[in-house]
Design a binder for this molecule. Sequence first.
Ligand SMILES: [Zn+2]
Length: 280
Amino acid sequence: MVNTVSAEIGVIGGSGFYSFLDDVTEVPVETPYGPPSDSLFVGHVAGRRVAFLPRHGRGHHLPPHRINYRANLWALRSVGVRQVLGPCAVGGLRPEHGPGTLLVPDQLVDRTKARHNSYFDGLPLPDGTVANVVHVSLADPYCPAGRAVALKAARGRDWEAVDGGTLVVIEGPRFSTRAESRWHAAQGWAVVGMTGHPEAALARELELCYTSLNLVTDLDAGAETGEGVSHEEVLRVFGANVDRLRDVLFDAVAALPAADRRTCACAHALGGQDPGFALP
Ligand SMILES: [Zn+2]
């Protein structure tokens, strides 16, 4: 599908991040992997063209394990996006990472179970194309340039973001048991979420820059002594911080390098390996 609307930066998050922009264009996108979570919503932020994608769909109807992550990243790239910001709500695994903490992780642990987590899975696409066997490095899963921009943007808004830490991604949609949560914390991991994987890995496979921003909405079951995580509390804390997070995201958008000025390794993640299909 040829799109006449283009964007250079993608933001995968809730509708709260773009709903007040006055020049948003809704752009439906088809992909070889099926439909993304929703249309892309393309608008201007600080003179940059940004494509917003509601990760869970409008109305928040998609649970984390049902999100079509491959279609989401593919759709963004197909309209020209080369840099992606991925804000998400997480649970804190340490008492010092309480609700309202913003953390920009530098590492990722995948504890998901049943997700399509690669474009190179050896299965044919509807058009008969079969991807080659390709291996990308995910040693450092996040774009260093994007991380630096996000941290600076947060500090510019008087939000002392935590620089680094490991995000462990669980399958969900249930929250962790106390034993799981204590185990995650004992590994030294910082925060727990449900959507960070395979988002970062798929972005890397498409040679996109990807930066994760984690808003702590609760202390995970092993890090607090009460009843454990409730969805109501997650929504309350997210709502209380969404305007602030939006300011940080928009400042980060303004500060990201132009798509053709990327100096990080993300732009060459395939290292010359032939994917067997044309990147969108
Ligand atoms: Zn990068």
